[in-house]
Design a protein around this ligand. Structure first.
Ligand code: GLA
Length: 386
């Protein structure tokens, strides 16, 4: 049963009539542009056909009551008295309510049922999906316009300040603004976003985006992530700019020998990754799958050697993927330190690719990967029904 049907059925059983409103928001996979968003740089993610769905109806008071089918729990809170109790998934909803209200929006209460199918903790942004689905629900019921960039920023604020995770803007932006069939080139400083189509293979067949979950997870990802952010800020300070986005490759090379070794490698990753991301968007516009794949491979090497956010499992699965017939390129995706890789694969070769990567990865690591063939999908959306 798909998620839309699942939440509709559960809502109807619980409330005795079908839901007047459905909202959904997707998870994401980033094709290229990793650890660049908090450097005011460029990213190129796409929304995936996995997300969070909510079936709901308005309430007359300021209470929000949501039953999660995945957790088998109901969260209840009041918009006029939001309390942070560090209680897991409900804090994402409360955090979005808090951020919207703090920005001056007047919100209305609602009740409903939710379900999702973004694997949690895999680096595919299940939390951004939950935030943007919540923002969509409030937007529909409280009657204000959907401004994707603004909703992304407020959802990011909820995650930074209410949930306490210091993420950049990428995940919320793509979940808010994705479009079917496309990836989105996002300028993380201006939040300008440009749609770019997935390139076809040379013979005119389609290409597929395949997510390879190593199923390895590292603890302390937050502190490793924050450490990288600090290293980037130190590098920007060395150049006297607000963010590494402002350092050209020429300026970097002229100064490279004067930088401490670690700062040099961190900065080199970010500066070259921004260039690769802009080139990747051009390659996609030119229908050049081979060049996009090559840039993905280069991105992985930079994340492994200069930024040091891969682990052994990611390196193994990427090496296996890159060696397969029909694979244009592969790299780790998301924050790293475990989690997922992404590969661009000739559509006709996908089935063989999935079997070969799965078998070889299992042989080499004894982990069983989870593999998802994904389609670029729409960002947060709403369906009203009478
Ligand atoms: C996580 C963060 C994003 C981004 C990536 C790395 O997914 O949530 O903001 O920084 O890591 O590119």
């Amino acid at each position: 049963m798909d998620l839309r049907q699942k939440v509709t059925t559960a809502f109807t059983e619980k409330f005795g009539s079908p839901p007047p409103l459905l909202v959904q928001a997707p998870g994401r996979v980033n094709l290229i542009g990793e650890h660049t968003d908090y450097n005011d740089g460029f990213v190129l993610p796409m929304a995936i056909d996995r997300g969070i769905w909510l079936a709901l109806r308005p309430r007359e008071d300021d209470q929000v009551a949501v039953h999660s089918l995945d957790f088998g729990e109901t969260a209840v809170f009041h918009l006029s008295n939001l309390q942070n109790t560090n209680s897991g998934w409900a804090e994402y909803l409360k955090g979005v309510a808090w951020a919207l209200q703090a920005d001056g929006y007047t919100l209305r209460g609602w009740e409903g049922v939710m379900a999702g199918n973004v694997p949690k903790g895999a680096g595919l942004s299940s939390s951004a999906a939950l935030e943007l689905a919540t923002a969509r629900a409030f937007q529909q019921l409280s009657g204000f316009d959907w401004d994707a960039a603004k909703m992304a920023k407020l959802s990011q604020r909820a995650e930074n300040k209410w949930v306490g995770v210091n993420c950049g803007i990428m995940d919320q932006m793509i979940s808010a603004a994705g479009q079917a069939g496309h990836a989105l080139l996002i300028d993380c400083r201006s939040l300008d976003a440009q749609l770019v189509p997935l390139p076809p293979a040379l013979d005119g067949s389609g290409t597929a985006v395949v997510i390879l979950d190593t199923t390895t997870r590292r603890g302390l990802v937050d502190s490793a992530y924050n450490e990288r952010r600090q290293q980037c800020e130190a590098a920007a300070a060395h150049f006297g700019v607000t963010a590494l986005r402002d350092v050209s490759i020429g300026e970097f090379l002229a100064e490279a020998d004067n930088l401490p070794e670690l700062t040099r490698r961190r900065a080199r990753h970010v500066i070259t990754e921004n260039l690769r991301t802009l080139n990747a968007a051009k390659a996609m516009q030119n229908a050049d799958a081979a060049l996009l794949g090559q840039l993905m491979n280069e991105s992985h090497a930079s994340l492994r050697d200069d930024f040091e956010v891969t682990n052994e499992a990611l390196n193994v699965i990427v090496t296996i993927a890159q060696a397969q017939d029909g694979c244009f390129g592969a790299r780790m995706t998301g924050a790293g330190f475990g989690g997922c890789a992404v590969a661009l694969v000739h559509e006709a070769k996908v089935a063989g690719f999935v079997t070969a990567v799965s078998d070889q990865y299992h042989q080499q690591t004894s982990h069983s990967p989870k593999i998802y063939v994904c389609h670029p999908s729409d960002g947060a959306s709403a369906i009203t029904q009478n």
